[in-house]
Design a protein around this ligand. Structure first.
Ligand code: Z5A
Length: 209
């Protein structure tokens, strides 16, 4: 049996990951390729508990190293319990954020650098990388304005714009380094135009026919 495809969605807050996850799920379904949907941090009971600890204001001032390790602890559980079994069973996995978020937020935003993250990535994931990562890209003020309309900011969302500029730039830099598996979509435009770009990306990366 052939393995399922692993597709991840990335970008700063409010760029439309949740909105477009639904669109990708429908496209996959129309192509006869149903998927499971999941998210990070989260996706398992332990991962969701870690997510709560990571995002609630109670842990204001958490050290950047603790934040990084908790992201990977949640990821290890998610990989072992959900992602790897699904891919091995031939099921596609559509995941809202994955390791590119760690490069962007902890590597870029928190300035921990890329090396520690690459070491953890190799340890926790072995050679598993997403088949396709769609980075939804928009200027920080557009993303924040869209997200702000929806809910109060959590511990990470409370960071200042220069933090999110570093996050955004790291996503773009990572996409330049790995064009074979990371595609950037301009998410600043009307939803219909964003979805046209996503459709083209899924075709180009042979996720759909
Ligand atoms: N994090 C980390 O630091 N390190 C890691 O390794 C991982 C995560 C995995 C949780 O993220 C936090 O964890 C996140 C990074 C950190 N913190 N931050 N920032 P999350 O994914 O759960 O939450 P989020 O980033 O805050 O996502 P979000 O706010 O839910 O945004 P979104 O899903 O990208 O956007 P949306 O809900 O689909 O859209 C927002 C609104 O805009 C909504 O009203 C839409 O209708 C509207 N929208 C969407 N597209 C458009 C267009 N094109 N035009 C106009 N309006 C639009």
């Amino acid at each position: 049996m052939s393995k399922g495809k692993f597709i991840t969605l990335e970008g700063i807050e409010g760029v439309g990951k949740t909105t477009n996850r639904e669109y990708i799920r429908e496209l996959l379904l129309k192509n006869g390729k149903p998927c499971i949907e999941t998210r990070e941090p989260g996706g398992t009971p332990l991962g969701e508990a870690l997510r709560e600890m990571l995002l609630e204001h109670k842990h204001e001032g958490m050290s950047a190293d603790a934040e990084l390790l908790m992201m990977f602890a949640a990821r290890a559980e998610h990989l072992h319990k959900v992602i790897i079994p699904a891919l091995n069973a031939g099921t596609n996995v559509l995941c809202d954020r994955f390791t590119e978020a760690t490069y962007a937020y902890q590597g870029g935003g928190r300035e921990l650098g890329m090396e520690k993250i690459a070491d953890l990535e190799n340890w926790v994931q072995g050679d598993l990388r997403p088949d396709l990562t769609v980075v939804l890209d928009a200027p920080v003020d557009i993303g924040r304005e869209r997200a702000g309309k929806r809910s109060a900011p959590d511990r990470i969302e409370k960071e200042k714009n220069d933090f999110f500029d570093k996050v955004r730039n790291t996503y773009l830099e990572q996409a330049k380094q790995h064009p074979e598996r990371i595609a950037v979509v301009d998410a600043s435009v009307e939803l219909e135009q964003v979805q046209q770009q996503i459709y083209d990306v899924l075709l180009n990366y042979r996720i759909i026919e």
